[in-house]
Write a protein that binds this ligand. Sequence first.
Ligand code: HSE
Length: 350
Amino acid sequence: MTTYDIALIGFGGVNRTLAELIAKRGEALHSELGFGLRVVAITDLRLGSLVQPEGIDLSIALNLGAGSEAFAANGGSADTNNEAVIRNCSADIICEATFTNPQDGEPAVSHVRWALESGKSVCTTNKGPVALRGAGLTSLAEQNGVHFEFEGAVMSGTPVIRLAKRMFAGLELNGFEGILNGTSNYVLGRMEDGLDFETAIREAQERGYAEANPAADIEGYDVQLKVLILANELLDAGIELKDIQRQGISTVTPENIQKAAREGRRWKLVGAARRNLDGTVTAGVSPVALPLDHGLAGVSGATNAVSFETDLLGAVTVSGPGAGRVETAYALLSDIIAIHAARTEVSANA
Ligand code: HSE
């Protein structure tokens, strides 16, 4: 039976949870999915790097302290050495789960490029490389005969990107609108409950929904990246970040929220894209006071939803978790499963 060697780049909440899933459910997954998973390398800015081609004992790695010497004291190195580890380790698949940099996508863009150039497939939950360099990295993967998967970049493990690409075949997709940020949706809901803005954000951080810098959630940058990913991947829009107008929820006051409630409306941060008659795509992010009978008005907490506008089916809406460690770690697992399925198909047709 096939075993995939995995390298985890970034050992924060998401990859750590993936390691826990592999440690706890590896055998069940093995019999259910027909392949095994073995972690052979882990790197993290704070912990250093650990490379063991024979397989890392995850029960040890998961219990190491948080200090910069954590890996060094256990046969690894205090340096991260990302380029050397990614290029030279024995992994078949790199799971990239470092922080999203909305400016230029680095260092994650380089992590992905080094992996693809050295013949390794990549799964990432990182929005930066997908939104800012998606097309180039996808063609680099094709040139190298490997895969670049990124289901977790939008709506965590809730299947959206692969679902739309595979299951909407034969339909014309004319646009989408969605609630694509769990933190801002959670914050708006808690403000409706009467909480102040700062306390609501703190709660979202404690629950693991918020980005390292929660301004990315609150000011709409996170949704802007996700709209860019969906527009380019699903509508073939060929647009850039600067083409997407952005406004966050920091301008929505408790008074606005109370007034909307009195009028039978609810504030939501909506990300949308629409194909125009001339084929171009217009996209944007803004807070909107939706009427309660709108399909997105009832989506609460950190839940996300996206409604696709299709020609033959009308609106098709997918709803599910949009953030969270376990939910996002599952996205990586679903990417690995997709890579296995693609490889199995290729070898069956060879
Ligand atoms: N901070 C993001 C959110 C996490 O709140 O939706 C997923 O991208």
